[in-house]
Design a binder for this molecule. Structure first.
Ligand code: ADP
Ligand code: ZN
Length: 209
């Protein structure tokens, strides 16, 4: 399954729940890259500037990471792609090495996104996503899944959010057309609460299966 949608639509939040529900892993190339940045690896260092400017990391790097990750045994019963593909070129390439059953597009207006992303907090250790108002950790500024400190992503600053929305509309939104033509697209209203969105996605996916 692919989760599509603008930054802040709720892909990461839903991926976490769906992953448990279907007992399949979530693959977030964004989380993988943020981990590389924290580890200060060569890949991380080269990606850091791009990410802080709201730009995409180049297709070859993303596709290489994804292809390797999909070879792991935990992917054999299925997987959720969160935040990848981000370009038509990536979507075309993925067709060559992965079987996609459906692409779920979580739809949300730009104005709501800025509000969502400015309240987003992420666990520095396990990557769990929270929201100060809409999905707070029971322990405040500490992750209630692993106990590590919650941080704000450097790309969740207002100017960067606008840049990311721009990049989304230009480079990623065309994927909605792409997956419609492939006959795989399901559109979900991202303005609902987290639990309702999960139900809607599960219903949409079960029709496919
Ligand atoms: P994405 O992975 O699409 O960028 P996230 O899942 O990180 O988006 O969600 C962005 C922010 O909005 C997070 O802080 C998350 O906790 C919050 N959020 C996610 N879904 C909802 C929702 N349905 N209603 C309110 N807030 C939400
Ligand atoms: Zn954690």
């Amino acid at each position: 399954m692919i989760l599509l949608g603008p930054p802040g639509a709720g892909k990461g939040t839903q991926a976490e729940v769906l992953s448990k529900h279907f007992d399949i892993p979530t693959i977030s190339t964004g989380a993988m890259i943020r981990a590389e940045i924290r580890a200060e690896s060569p890949l991380g260092l080269s990606a850091k500037k791009l990410i802080e400017e709201g730009q995409l990391v180049n297709d070859e790097v993303i596709l290489g990471m994804l292809k390797e990750r999909l070879k792991a045994p935990d992917c054999k019963n299925g997987f959720i792609l969160d935040g990848v593909p981000r370009t038509i070129a990536q979507a075309e390439a993925i067709k060559g090495f992965a079987d996609i059953d459906c692409a779920v597009s979580i739809d949300l207006a730009d104005e709501v996104i800025v509000e969502r992303l400015s309240g987003r907090r992420e666990c520095a250790k396990c990557g769990a996503t929270f929201h100060m108002i809409f999905n707070p950790s029971a322990k405040g500024e500490i992750c209630d899944k692993c106990g590590a400190e919650l941080t704000q992503r450097s790309d969740d600053m207002p100017e960067t959010i606008r840049k990311r929305l721009d990049v989304y509309h230009k480079q990623t939104e065309p994927l909605i057309d792409f997956y419609t033509k492939e006959g795989l697209l399901k559109t979900i209203d991202g303005a609902n609460d987290i639990g309702k969105i999960t139900e809607d996605i599960i219903k949409a996916v079960e029709v496919t299966a």
